[in-house]
Design a protein around this ligand. Sequence first.
Ligand code: ATP
Ligand code: MG
Length: 373
Amino acid sequence: MVVPALFKLEPKESLDELYNFEEEIKMLRLVYETGRVAAVLGLRRTGKSSLVKSFLNSFNVPHIYIDVRRAAVAAGRVTARGFAAELGRALTDLLRREDSLKGKLIRALGSISGVSVSLPTLSVSLSWGRGRADLAALLEAVNRAAEEAGRRVALAIDEVQELRWLGVGVAKLLAYIYDNLPNIVVIVTGSEVGLVHDVLRLGDPESPLYGRAVVEIKMKRLTREQALDFLRRGFSEAGMRPPERELEEAVDLLDGIIGWLTYYGWARSSGIGSLEEIADTAARQEAAELEKLLVKSRAEARYRAILKAAALRPMRWAEIKRAVEAQEGAEIDDKNFTELIRHLVKMGILEKTGEHYAIADPIVRRAVEKYLR
Ligand SMILES: Nc1ncnc2c1ncn2[C@@H]1O[C@H](COP(=O)(O)OP(=O)(O)OP(=O)(O)O)[C@@H](O)[C@H]1O
Ligand SMILES: [Mg+2]
């Protein structure tokens, strides 16, 4: 079985592999050439990382790509050590890829304490404990090298909201770059859109970033037609033609989320199972993720009850509250309840449309219905 390139599970890395999103690419390009900060925002699996990676690679943009989630793998949450390792890796990549910057970057980085560059292997490592490299100084060095080379370097921070655990003032750092490092363009992404807004403090007059142009790029789901076209193309690459009715069902179920369409296409073309089985496998994984998140919370039982209610159908605040109260057999304080709902919206788990709250992702909805305890 050949798995078509379109259904490759990893984030796409070039425009050749990328379906759609021409508008979003254009916007990134505009920010890179004439702007300073872009924020790519959207639910999980809507193609943020693919968009940014494909843009950076296909337009030969010198870049530092930091995946904050990867920096968090070892400890669950990002730590100074994890972040230093990830940043070191990203700088190593930049050094190895960009001949035009190499010599200048080695010189500039070499002068910063806490940073060491190994010349034979061209790898950068950062210390994270006492004597750790100062992030501003490091970025100044990158800016200097970029300026000398007459280039702009993109600093891409994937899942920027995760940096909140580090206690770095992200808004302040970006404002500093904005004001002082004209050869660095920042691209951040985030799935937990509300938390990104908190971290960047967009729209807050007290925020260091206030008044500085941050271009928001909102990832959209594919339309029904696009989703069908995406699946047909992928399957035809694999020399397959699943019945049109199955494709329609898949699109109904997966709701234009490109990551789920890709997963379904990948699994189906690898012969892994039927649409229902594939959706169930995905839902079980999502349920396990949710469980991990929920057990960390003091309001675990209440969150479960809220999710169970919202999985039934889109509901108003008061309806969900009544359902949860019925389950608990006691009245719940309005303010406390509003906080919980707001937090679920910030994390992108619940979505508010008009007066109604619903679970944003159809597979997460299935996970809650079928597999959440
Ligand atoms: N434009 C696209 N064309 C083809 N496949 C895509 C496209 N965008 C995303 N995908 C696929 O969808 C899945 C999710 O993509 P990606 O990881 O880029 O999304 P994301 O929004 O960064 O997700 P997450 O929130 O989980 O980090 C991957 O399997 C990827 O290959
Ligand atoms: Mg991503």
